[in-house]
Design a protein around this ligand. Structure first.
Ligand code: GRF
Length: 210
């Protein structure tokens, strides 16, 4: 079990807006999360999220395949160089290789902007998710924080939040309502992890009291 402040590494996409990353960084700075974001990694130097993090004085790194080293090997060595206790995916678009996932099993999280196991999987990201929700006519959507396994959006679920789908919603208005909840439950999930309160039992995550 972890004690004291944990070392958090956040992975963001090459076009990442970084609002979940910001929510987690702010929650660390305010003391809500007993941890520190020790680095942000992206797949491109030009990532807006990376620029924002650098402006806060947080070390930023770019992972890319070079020479004989594969992308996953490069990513793993960057994460290891930062001595991460927890790896947080926030808008990171690439499927992470099995080798990296295994190295951080139970210590790597992602957030998905729908209620898993619906409206998720390969190719389900961004506006597509919310449009699929609207097209299906469901009354509720939401977001899910889960541990990462070797497939898209199938790892054990940590927290979910539900939002109503309104009659006149567009993918954009629905995305905004879901995002508000993302900014609430992602820091909460990281806090629970940092407090050592998440126990994975097969497919289920038990939240233990302090
Ligand atoms: C969020 O909607 C998240 O659920 C998904 O990617 C988006 C990232 O947004 N995985 P941001 O970069 O955190 O603003």
């Amino acid at each position: 079990m972890l004690h004291g402040p944990i070392r958090i590494v956040i992975l963001v996409g090459s076009h990442g807006r970084g609002s979940n990353m910001q929510a987690i960084i702010e929650a660390c700075v305010s003391g809500y999360i007993p941890g520190e974001v020790v680095g942000v990694i992206s797949t491109a130097e030009s990532s807006p999220a990376l620029t924002w993090a650098a402006g806060q004085g947080i070390p930023t790194l770019v992972a890319h395949a070079s020479g004989s080293e594969s992308f996953d090997a490069a990513l793993l060595s960057l994460i290891q160089s930062l001595n991460a206790d927890l790896v947080v995916l926030a808008g990171f678009m690439k499927l992470i290789g099995a080798h990296v996932v295994r190295a951080y099993s139970g210590r790597m999280m992602n957030i998905h902007p729908a209620l898993i196991p619906s409206f998720c999987g390969k190719g389900m990201f961004g506006e597509r998710v919310h449009q699929a929700v609207l097209d299906a006519g469901v009354r509720f959507s939401g977001c899910t924080v889960h541990f990462v396994d070797e497939h898209y959006d199938t790892g054990p679920i940590i927290l979910q939040a539900v939002v109503p789908v309104e009659q006149d919603d567009t993918a954009e208005t629905l995305a905004g309502r879901v995002l508000e909840q993302e900014h609430r439950i992602y820091p909460e999930a990281v806090k629970l992890f940092a407090e050592g309160r998440l126990v994975i039992e097969d497919r289920r995550v038990r939240i233990v009291s302090r």
